[in-house]
Design a protein around this ligand. Structure first.
Ligand SMILES: Nc1ncnc2c1ncn2[C@@H]1O[C@H](COP(=O)(O)OP(=O)(O)OP(=O)(O)O)[C@@H](O)[C@H]1O
Ligand SMILES: [Mg+2]
Length: 275
């Protein structure tokens, strides 16, 4: 059975190259296999991202909504794995600068998704820029990906700090990628937890788990196939399965005008610069 309330969560990080896109794509596949209807919003604007990992070339993006006769259904790009991709393909500031009529059209188009999906996974870019912040503020959950490298820890902390201190975002989920083992993953999580606890009061961090360093991931990237599809029994795939199971347990709160619309409203009607 699928839940009737869609959950919008971002997959984000301070540092680039920590595995966000691989995690987004493979979580999407794992959740699809659990019977969920999933769309990935490729919000890593301007950079080839989800499409490259899947070996696809979506022709349309969200901005084509304003072209005549275009619908969200047409823009959503099917994948061979059951989930779909929604390419954002332009800066958030372009979206924020849409006129009110266009924003309302975009919101109306989202009705199509409201009853039709269970998860909208937002694969953000890296760093602390408007694009990354906007999507994280608008999402109802944030999955912060970090690795055991010290720079990834400091960059994740910096992202959480800006989101908390400037925007009041205080709930984060943490997934440690490319870890040697659970002990190593928990050590890095504890460091992040202690820093947040010490310097940012009121931040809640939830350890979702870890994905081990696994040669199968790189092989799958080269094959442009999700690793959970190519090697479903490799350690990274099994770990993705465990993380996906946890995600299905996240409590989804109903928003008055729909959860997907709530996300887009927050995104489109934010102030110009948030950084
Ligand atoms: N668990 C893992 N084990 C081994 N290698 C991994 C793992 N996760 C990711 N990688 C490697 O890291 C590379 C970068 O991953 P990915 O593109 O998903 O990162 P990203 O955070 O989306 O990067 P960007 O910030 O550029 O969008 C992959 O191509 C892969 O080779
Ligand atoms: Mg990426």
């Amino acid at each position: 059975m699928t839940s009737s309330l869609p959950l919008v969560f971002s997959v984000t990080s301070g540092k680039g190259g920590v595995g966000k896109t691989n995690i987004s794509v493979n979580l999407a596949l794992a959740l699809t296999k659990m019977g969920k209807r999933v769309v990935i919003l490729d919000a890593d604007l301007g950079l080839a991202n989800v499409d490259v990992i899947l070996g696809l070339a979506p022709k349309l993006n969200l901005f084509h909504l304003f072209a005549e006769g275009m619908t969200l259904e047409k823009i959503l790009c099917d994948t061979p794995y059951g989930f779909r991709i929604l390419p954002a393909a332009s800066g958030v500031s372009d979206m924020v600068n849409l006129n009110t009529g266009q924003k309302l059209d975009l919101l109306e188009a989202m009705d199509y998704l409201e009853g039709g999906i269970d998860h909208l996974i937002v694969d953000t870019g890296a760093g602390i820029n408007d694009n990354v912040l906007y999507f994280n503020i608008a999402a109802s959950e944030r999955l912060v990906v970090l690795t055991t490298e010290p720079t990834s820890l400091t960059d994740a902390y910096a992202l959480i700090k800006v989101l908390k201190l400037k925007h009041g975002v205080d709930r984060f989920r943490v997934l440690v990628n490319m870890a040697r083992d659970e002990k190593g993953a928990k050590e890095i999580f504890t460091k992040l937890y202690k820093a947040c606890d010490h310097f940012l009061s009121g931040v809640s961090l939830d350890f979702v788990g870890f994905i081990p360093q696994d040669a199968a991931v790189r092989k799958a990237v080269i094959a442009q196939t999700p690793f959970t599809h190519l090697t479903p029994d490799c350690p990274a795939s099994l770990a993705i399965g465990r993380a996906a199971t946890k995600i299905t347990g996240w409590k989804v709160t109903a928003k008055a005008d729909g959860n997907i619309k709530f996300f887009w409203k927050k995104l489109l009607f934010q102030e110009q610069s948030v950084a």
